[in-house]
Ligand binder design. Structure first.
Ligand SMILES: [Zn+2]
Length: 416
């Protein structure tokens, strides 16, 4: 947890410390807040009064206390403000609207024509968002902002998407500027893995956890690090490329220039490639019939379903992918010494249990620090909406996190 400071003139920071502690706690009293933040009871009381007057925090119920009068429980007011999240994936765009607690109020997914230019796609996404807001009857002045999640690498300071793999026409697209123009709200851009991790911290397994890593399996494989209560971005804002950790030194060449990267060995595309290669050799499999009709029909979803059903070929390839993932998880554990590893993204649909079991097994027996604590493994519950929900959470996180006081001023002007 964050610690506050009782020195004068740092009210803005303390305000955010109290706000983020209330968000992380899911019901907390003023006494507990003071204990947790290190702030005096009086400072907490003043800040809480202000948050209640602004409509951001509400008193809901009370908890018994030892001997004294019952303590009022403080919670975030879900209707205080709203945020929009948009995830631009190579094959679809997802749009969500969330309330102040990160709860999903509306969502939709739209297939993308590969020929659609980024500018047209961004305009369409803005239209989808406005349609949701109108249906929910949310006025523009209640919208805190828009988060846009895109495949990396990105330049967050300039809001640029920089030629991501598999997005042929997305070269240095000024997504922040274009989306702000079309949607009329301020926009925060981040890569999809960072967004998904922030979503996880906001309303998923990472809630209230100061140090965790996120392994994101989308079309490619990415990652994010939440360290000391904040996302760690690195010098060029592109840290956490776990997909390019080498798991097989003489493995398949990767577009990054390396060989045997996690992504080159077990992205959905790599898994499909390996299964098709086995089927081409005539191995007995429930997928053989489909393969002979059209090899393209043996896609990642068909393979994952076959693996769960016990098909030997599909299961062997998925088991090997699970081992590579687990190897990578051990590297993450040794490098970061985090409390939790969350695995998410649509690439783990159907086979999450297989991956979780193998990763847990390796983490129990291999990281050097395993005797001091075991790194917990969780599968994200946000499924296909993880990055879009995370994108919306970017906006909420920016409003709460103690290090981003500049955005709080935007928030206050909306809440006054
Ligand atoms: Zn690579």
């Amino acid at each position: 947890m964050f610690s506050g400071t009782n020195l004068p003139k740092i009210g803005g920071y303390n305000y955010n410390v109290v706000l983020s502690s209330i968000q992380a706690a899911d019901g907390i009293s003023r006494v507990e807040l003071a204990k947790q933040t290190g702030l005096t009871a009086q400072t907490v009381s003043v800040i809480v009064r202000r948050l209640i007057e602004q409509g951001i925090v509400q008193e809901s119920g009370s908890s018994p206390s030892a001997g004294g009068k019952p303590r009022k429980t403080l919670r975030i007011n879900p209707t205080a403000a709203y945020a929009v999240g948009i995830h631009f994936d190579p094959i679809e765009v997802s749009v969500v609207v969330v309330d102040m607690t990160g709860h999903k109020l509306a969502h939709s997914r739209h297939a993308i024509s590969p020929r659609l230019e980024p500018e047209a796609l961004i305009s369409e996404a803005a239209e989808f968002a406005h349609k949701h807001l109108a249906e929910l009857d949310i006025a523009d002045d209640r919208v805190l902002g828009v988060g846009a999640a895109c495949p990396g690498p990105i330049d967050q300071s300039q809001g640029l998407v920089i030629s991501p793999p598999r997005h042929d026409c997305w070269t240095e697209v000024p997504i922040k500027r274009l989306l702000e123009r079309d949607i009329g709200f301020s926009v925060i851009v981040d890569n999809d893995a960072n967004a998904a991790a922030i979503g996880e911290r906001w309303s998923g397994h990472g809630r209230g956890i100061s140090d965790f890593a996120f392994l994101y399996m989308g079309t490619g494989i990415g990652g994010a690090m939440f360290l000391s209560n904040n996302i760690y971005r690195g010098v060029s804002l592109n840290a956490g490329e776990f997909g390019h950790i080498v798991v097989e030194p003489n493995g398949t060449p990767c577009y990054c220039g390396n060989r045997g990267c996690l992504e080159a060995m077990c992205s959905p595309g790599a898994i499909s490639r390996d299964v098709r290669a086995e089927l081409a050799m005539g191995r007995a499999s429930t997928l053989a019939k489909l393969y002979h009709k059209d090899p393209e029909l043996v896609d990642h979803t068909a393979i994952c379903l076959a693996a769960v059903d016990g098909d030997a070929v599909a299961r062997r390839v998925i088991d090997r992918a699970a081992e590579y993932l687990a190897d990578c998880a051990v590297t993450i554990a040794n490098a970061l010494d985090v409390e939790l590893l969350v695995i998410g993204g649509k690439g783990v649909t159907h086979v999450a249990d297989i991956y979780k079991e193998k990763v847990t097994e390796f983490l129990m027996s291999r990281p050097l620090a395993r005797k001091t604590h075991t790194l917990q493994v969780a599968i994200s519950d946000m499924a296909n909406d993880g990055a879009a929900l995370g994108a919306a959470s970017l906006v909420l996180h920016a409003a709460y996190a103690p290090s981003t006081a500049d955005l709080i001023s935007v928030f206050r002007s909306h809440s006054d």
